[in-house]
Design a protein around this ligand. Structure first.
Ligand code: IMP
Length: 192
């Protein structure tokens, strides 16, 4: 089965390709020859993920999925959440986002946070959503060089390392994206 993954984020494509069963082939937007940047205008991960999958389905009428992820920090009332990519501004700088997060958390005792991923799959014109959650905490300085986004300041529960100190396979043991992807794969395998 071939599925278009409605993203231009090469980190996400690499992570999800490594997680999938070999019978399921993923094409990024670039690999599918679709050169657009899909906006994320909504206030929920669910609506943004759906916009991505619906946009690509309407263009191609092929099986496809969109994904939206947010970092939800308890002491910040769930922020940056759906605004995680643009927390510090429209240029989506990972470093500036982390700097703003650490500054907003400077006086806070509660460092608990979670990543939440929503995958929206469209098959035969019907949508199905899958959720993955990774609970953990935000540390007070960056550690590690792997991964992307908030990985250098996020330690998942059950580990002493940040995501950025882990190789991709180790991050996948804990990852929100892997948990959502597992549900997607189970659903697809039941169809094959
Ligand atoms: P979006 O799903 O592309 O809107 O991603 C939102 C933002 O969340 C990204 O720009 C990253 O900063 C962050 N993010 C998403 N997934 C991860 C992850 O696995 N690790 C660290 N940061 C992530």
């Amino acid at each position: 089965m071939k599925l278009i993954f409605a993203t231009n984020n090469p980190h996400k494509v690499e992570e999800i390709k490594a997680m999938l069963h070999r019978d399921i082939e993923i094409l990024s937007l670039q690999e599918a020859g679709i050169l657009i940047d899909i906006p994320e205008p909504y206030d929920s991960l669910e609506e943004n993920a759906r916009t991505k999958s619906v946009t690509i389905y309407e263009m191609t009428h092929l099986p496809c999925f969109g994904e939206d992820t947010g970092l939800e920090v308890a002491a910040l009332g769930g922020a940056p959440g759906v605004k995680s990519a643009r927390y510090a501004g429209e240029d989506r700088s990972f470093d500036a986002n982390i700097e703003k997060l650490l500054s907003n958390l400077a006086e806070k005792q509660d460092r608990s946070a979670r990543f939440r991923t929503i995958i929206s799959l469209i098959l035969d014109g019907k949508e199905k959503q899958f959720e993955g959650i990774c609970p953990g905490k935000i540390i007070d300085r960056k550690k590690g060089t792997h991964g992307f986004g908030y990985d250098p300041v996020f330690i998942p529960n059950g580990s002493a390392k940040t995501f950025a100190e882990m190789e991709q396979a180790e991050k996948a043991i804990f990852s929100h994206r892997r948990k959502a992807t597992d549900k997607l794969v189970t659903f697809l395998n039941n169809l094959i």
